[in-house]
Design a protein around this ligand. Structure first.
Ligand code: SIN
Length: 311
């Protein structure tokens, strides 16, 4: 069975990956991702320097997924860049995604310049959608700021790059954002980051469940799957064909992976369920996806990718 997926000129053995933020913040977790059967992996969104992030509790599993307000805790950009270069040197022909999330445009430009000047051969992900940094609105909801940062980036950045988008909820916003993204030689868009800001509460204790921002945070897991699929489909049908879509949101089983692919995703990321179940989830998802494809008579993902039917 052929599960091959492509982004830019890169080919991946299968479409599965972690979602940035899950199983990718330190060397131990990244090593487990490398050894897992996932087709690729993305590093934790980096800031130029080490960040402690928000106070705990800041990630809580809830019945249909998760709520988090991590606040971009990370080991600093140099760690993730070095890890990625070492991985690529030790595994010729394989590449990973390197995620960056500067606190200000200048920080993103600084990290992009370092990537440009480095040996990094993979794909950079510019995270425009972290909902969890107090006082820093998500850039992806500011259409002008999104266009400005992409314009600045493409003035000098010469390597493959994609963007991680927040979820959009209105057809006019899909149209408007797609029009902006189509102006740039992006390799992909990643739909979606968590839905921010939700509020999960504990009615027994009559209190919020995470500490930062008085309980407000990004919602992931089964709650977000319909929104994720809508964003994957909306961008798949609106973007230039050279811009791939990565699907992220609500993946718990092989059927969820199949649905993301059917809506047009090239790669499919796993967040909340990976955090809950652990690294062995990739074996299970691959088996379940293959079983669905076999039952439907598909021998390759290209047999059905993006071919969602209208009624
Ligand atoms: C976080 O670290 O707060 C999550 C990152 C993100 O949602 O982009």
């Amino acid at each position: 069975m052929n599960l091959t997926s492509r982004i830019a000129n890169y080919e991946f053995e299968n479409p599965l990956m972690n979602a940035s933020g899950v199983w990718c913040d330190n060397a131990e977790k990244l090593d487990e991702m490398v050894q897992s059967p996932a087709g690729s992996f993305v590093t934790k969104s980096a800031t130029p320097d080490f960040r402690e992030g928000n106070p705990s509790p800041r990630y809580v599993e809830v019945p249909l997924g998760s709520i988090n307000s991590m606040g971009l805790p990370n080991l600093g950009f140099d760690f993730y860049l070095d890890y990625s270069i070492t991985f690529q040197n030790e595994n010729p022909g394989q590449i990973n995604f390197l995620s960056i999330a500067g606190m200000a445009p200048e920080e993103n430009i600084l990290m992009l310049k370092k990537i440009n000047d480095s040996e990094f051969k993979g794909i950079t992900e510019l995270n425009l959608s972290c909902p969890n940094v107090p006082g820093k609105p998500q850039i992806g909801y500011d259409f002008e700021a999104t266009e400005t940062i992409l314009t600045r980036a493409f003035e000098f950045f010469k390597k493959p790059i994609g963007v991680k988008l927040p979820p959009y909820f209105d057809i006019a916003h899909f149209d408007e954002m797609a029009k902006i993204l189509n102006k740039f030689p992006l390799q992909y868009v990643n739909c979606i980051n968590s839905i921010g800001n939700g509020l999960y509460i504990d009615a027994d204790k009559e209190e919020v469940v995470i500490k930062p921002k008085d309980g407000f945070g990004g919602i992931g897991g089964a709650y977000v799957k319909p929104t994720a699929l809508a964003n994957v489909r909306a961008f798949y049908t609106r973007l230039n064909k050279g811009i791939a879509v990565i699907g992220c949101g609500g993946v718990e089983n092989g059927r969820d992976v199949f649905e993301h692919l059917l809506c047009g995703a090239q790669m499919v990321q796993v967040g909340s369920q990976l955090a809950k179940e652990g690294i062995t989830i990739f074996d299970r998802l691959l088996q379940e996806l293959k079983a669905i494809m076999e039952e439907k008579g598909y021998s390759s993902i290209e047999d059905f990718r993006g071919k969602l039917k209208s009624i």
